[in-house]
Write a protein that binds this ligand. Structure first.
Ligand SMILES: Nc1ncnc2c1ncn2[C@@H]1O[C@H](COP(=O)(O)OP(=O)(O)OP(=O)(O)O)[C@@H](O)[C@H]1O
Length: 349
């Protein structure tokens, strides 16, 4: 059976029907934004200084995995500056003309949020360089030898670019951002605060220990924390009186097959196969994928990064291997190392 990666309860990507509830849960000001301490402080300085100088701040690049709050931060930036926000994304800009249409209608100081900026078409990217630097674009009219470039002034604006792949941005584009914020996964304690805050907004009664339980399974990602909170709320409403106790939270998350470390069925299938069928590896990606009935890409992109981050799986030149922690996590006993391997491990003792 294959999984649609987007359907997973632990997917960091927004689900189609989730946008409205996400909007309701977004912090509106920087002071409400939980975690990302360093980014918050840096950003606060950038914004305050721009406000003092009464000038738009430098362009801002937000980089980090999905679901950590990049869209939320772009909205906060506009709110803190007291300016309107325009939202678009790299894939929506297929031609330079699409970008020119957006840029030429920006108002003075407006914040332009360009999500997935690394997926923008190349000709548009070049237009963006000039717009960011000189607040000007060249609109090309006509085709072939008769084509002419008409320069067009645009209002000074602030670009907030978001990317999950800062390394994929061409150097000239990256260099035009005066401030780059690197967002990292959240600590469980920060996720607990987010869960408490969201519970308040959604009118959910949740015990502190239950919030800890949910936070620990949220893979460092607020979007997942909020989603798990909604599922445990459903469970508590249908099976009990609505109050989320630790027992109810555990039972609900078990039903949704999210374990104490946040691994779901796919993660456990991959890990379980690596341990049971291949003795912990090394095994090639394609072989591992076939053994769980998945595409290699799904295993590589959807399951592995989290398993690697958790220290349960390692990618080596000879293939995927399980770490000792993987055996413990699945409650299995690792095969005893051969005497030769034992000697090697003992060399330094
Ligand atoms: N620091 C935070 N404090 C409180 N809630 C947060 C925080 N960061 C994110 N969230 C919540 O998590 C959800 C996802 O956030 P957001 O859409 O901003 O993520 P994103 O990084 O832009 O994701 P994507 O790149 O997939 O669009 C939102 O509902 C938001 O309210």
């Amino acid at each position: 059976m294959t999984h649609d990666p987007e359907d997973r309860i632990v997917s960091p990507v927004v689900a189609g029907d989730e946008q409205a509830v996400e909007a309701a849960l977004r912090p509106k000001r920087l002071a409400e934004f939980v975690g990302q301490e360093r980014v918050r402080e840096q950003l606060s300085l950038v914004l305050q200084s721009a406000l003092r100088r009464n000038r738009p701040p430098d362009h801002i690049l937000l980089s980090g995995p999905p679901g950590l709050g990049k869209t939320t931060l772009s909205m906060i930036i506009a709110a803190e500056l007291g300016k309107p926000l325009r939202i678009t994304s790299g894939p929506a800009i297929e031609r330079a003309g699409d970008l020119a249409a957006v840029l030429s209608t920006l108002s003075e100081g407006e914040v332009l949020f360009l999500d997935e900026i690394h997926r923008m078409a190349r000709p548009a990217e070049e237009m963006l360089y000039m717009a960011m630097e000189d607040f000007r674009v060249d609109v090309v009219v006509g085709k072939g030898p008769g084509a002419t470039a008409i320069p067009l002034d645009i209002a000074p604006f602030t670009l907030v670019g978001a990317t999950t792949r800062a390394g994929m941005l061409p150097g000239p584009l990256r260099d035009r951002f005066g401030f780059v914020a690197h967002m990292d996964f959240y600590e469980p304690a920060e996720l607990e605060v987010i869960i408490d805050r969201s519970a308040g907004l959604l009118d959910v009664r949740i015990d502190a220990e239950a919030a800890t339980e949910v936070a620990g399974r949220s893979r460092g990602t607020p979007r997942i924390a909020n989603r798990l909170l909604r599922r445990v709320r459903d469970y508590a409403e249908v099976r009990a009186d609505g109050r989320v106790t630790p027992e109810l939270a555990r039972a609900a998350l078990e039903l949704y097959e999210v374990d104490e470390r946040g691994l779901d069925r796919l993660d456990r299938a991959v890990l379980g196969s690596l341990l049971r069928k291949f003795g912990g590896g090394p095994v090639g990606l394609s072989t591992l994928a076939v053994s769980v009935g998945e595409e290699p890409e799904t295993v590589e992109v959807v399951a592995e990064p989290f398993l690697v981050r958790q220290g349960l799986l390692a990618r080596t030149p000879r293939g995927r291997i399980a770490t000792p922690a993987a055996w413990t996590h699945l409650g299995l006993t690792p095969p005893t190392p051969s005497p030769a391997a034992g000697t090697l491990f003992d060399v330094d003792e």
